[in-house]
Design a protein around this ligand. Structure first.
Ligand SMILES: Cc1cc2nc3c(=O)[nH]c(=O)nc-3n(C[C@H](O)[C@H](O)[C@H](O)COP(=O)(O)OP(=O)(O)OC[C@H]3O[C@@H](n4cnc5c(N)ncnc54)[C@H](O)[C@@H]3O)c2cc1C
Length: 462
């Protein structure tokens, strides 16, 4: 074999996967038909799980200057009243990083690519396309390469998925929106809201998002009969409620269908799908890229170990998680996209009644489900499949910098004097068995339980 793994696509999913494989010394080839990072922002938000992956790759400190805190998202109803609010929990943060950040996608992709280039076991070929494959043979721009595994991180129009004939399951969300990115000057910034806003207005639902620095995004629903190409030209008319052309520079305007699609299969033999190639979801809550990076982090340690039961768990774990989160995102989308004024008023009244008249902040992180199935202990416990916390240790360092990222048994006494001790109290546990991607395999209530859990995990790994 020329390579253990060929990664097709050097977007955020493929770059994260290649970096994690490179860090583990796996012989990897990553290819992309484009030579450069796509220079416009698409993904807008990332979360603490992703920052922890970046930390483990040694790039979190380089990434941070290209991020900013994600301001709360306030939802306003038909009569302009506050009906819902998403925001953050207060510090100390359970995973060691702010739960939600906005970021500059091109800058972070460049940092990821530089990290990939630093690993000697990874070769990068840009400006070349995957043409066909029948493992171990992979044809890339006329060149024949032999590889044990192939991962399609090749985006929504994935060649890998299409060549396998794998269809998307349609989770029934399909709305045309205009996405507008502006770099706003001081005059404009003074006029704009200080938090992110969902205008849940039946006449034209839209979203206003505060990005890092002077970056602001509007996502504007297109109405039936509106021609997307013509509406792209009308962008300043659509924005006139907030700004005029002298207030800002247009960075990007694109019409884009907000879909909810999940590939029916994520693995065939030694070929895997990850990122947008495997799923697409509407951007409400900003989880699209996060989902791809979760796929990469989930698959990387399983490919590294080449263990069949681990590899089998990839599709079960990630597909269930993506479906669950996508249905939550769809519910939020349905709230925002209501076009019938009477139904929108009923929605507002229902949300206000549910809030008991006082709209509290719902932490965005509470929307993210745990892993529900896969490589998890068969002994049920609510902590199974959740992310193990990353407290700051007594000496100020973060847990992963002290303890690394292999399979770990963490004992309660290790966490004395840190916020991690509370996790064990809450879960009635003396120890936790934690996977390399920081998901909890199982917890032990006593020493006998710990031995039983270890034996179960070792057996499952055979
Ligand atoms: C308007 C918009 C808003 C979004 N907002 C958010 C958000 O707020 N938060 C969020 O997390 N996500 C968001 N997303 C989604 C996010 O941009 C994507 O989920 C993310 O970029 C997908 O990463 P990826 O690496 O899986 O795919 P991509 O970034 O699409 O990368 C795929 C790569 O594969 C390459 N490729 C394709 N075919 C081949 C081939 N045959 N051979 C070689 N190379 C190939 C392509 O050139 C490309 O570089 C948004 C997307 C859009 C469009």
């Amino acid at each position: 074999m020329d390579f253990d793994v060929v990664v097709v696509g050097f977007g955020p999913t493929g770059a994260t996967l290649a970096a994690l494989l490179g860090q583990a010394g796996v012989r990897t080839l990553v290819v992309d038909r484009a030579r450069e990072v796509y220079d416009r922002p698409r993904a807008f938000a990332l979360d603490h799980e992703i920052m922890r992956v970046f930390q483990n790759l040694g790039i979190a400190r380089a990434v941070l200057p290209h991020t900013a805190p994600f301001t709360p998202s306030e939802y306003y109803g038909v009569d302009g009243q506050l009906i819902k609010r998403l925001g953050s929990i207060d510090p100390p943060y359970p995973l060691g990083w702010p739960p939600n950040l906005v970021f500059n996608q091109p800058a972070i992709e460049k940092i990821l690519r530089e990290r990939v280039a630093s690993f000697p076991s990874v070769e990068v070929k840009l400006g070349v396309s995957l043409e066909s494959f029948s493992l171990p043979e992979v044809k890339i721009s006329g060149e024949r390469i032999l590889a044990s595994c192939l991962v399609g991180c090749d985006g929504a129009a994935s060649t890998v998925r299409q060549q396998l004939g794998i269809e998307y399951e349609d989770l029934e969300f399909d709305e045309p929106w205009l996405v507008v990115d502006l770099v706003v000057g001081d005059s404009g910034l003074a006029k704009l809201p200080q938090v992110s806003v969902q205008y849940c207005e039946p006449s034209r639902p839209c979203t206003y998002l505060i990005g890092p620095g002077a970056h602001r995004r509007w996502e504007i629903m297109l109405l039936p009969g509106e021609d997307p190409a013509r509406m792209e030209k009308e962008v300043w008319t659509l924005l006139s409620r907030w700004l005029s052309p002298e207030d800002a520079r247009l960075w990007r305007v694109a019409s884009y269908r907000f879909h909810a699609l999940v590939a029916r299969e994520w693995r065939r033999g030694n070929v895997f799908l990850a990122g947008d190639a495997a799923h697409q979801q509407p951007p409400f809550t900003g989880q699209g890229m996060c989902q791809g990076i979760r796929d990469a982090a989930n698959l990387a340690w399983k490919l590294t170990r080449q263990n069949e039961s681990l590899l089998r768990s990839y599709e079960v774990e990630r597909k269930t998680h993506v479906r669950r989160l996508t249905s939550t995102i769809k519910e939020i989308g349905r709230l925002i996209c209501e076009r019938d004024p009477a139904a929108a008023r009923a929605r507002d009244m229902r949300l206000l009644a549910e809030a008991g008249g006082d709209v509290r902040t719902v932490p965005r992180q509470s929307l993210i489900p745990p892993l529900e199935a896969g490589f998890l202990s068969p002994i049920p416990h609510p902590a199974n499949g959740t992310l193990f916390p990353q407290p700051r240790m007594a000496d100020g360092r973060l847990l992963d910098d002290v303890a690394g990222t292999g399979f770990r048994v963490f004992r309660k006494e290790f966490f004395n004097n840190t916020q991690g001790a509370a996790w064990f109290e809450r879960n009635g546990a003396i120890a936790a068995l934690v996977r390399p991607d920081h998901y909890v395999y199982g917890v032990a209530r006593d020493e006998a339980d710990l031995e039983r859990q270890k034996a179960l995990m070792e057996k499952a790994l055979q």
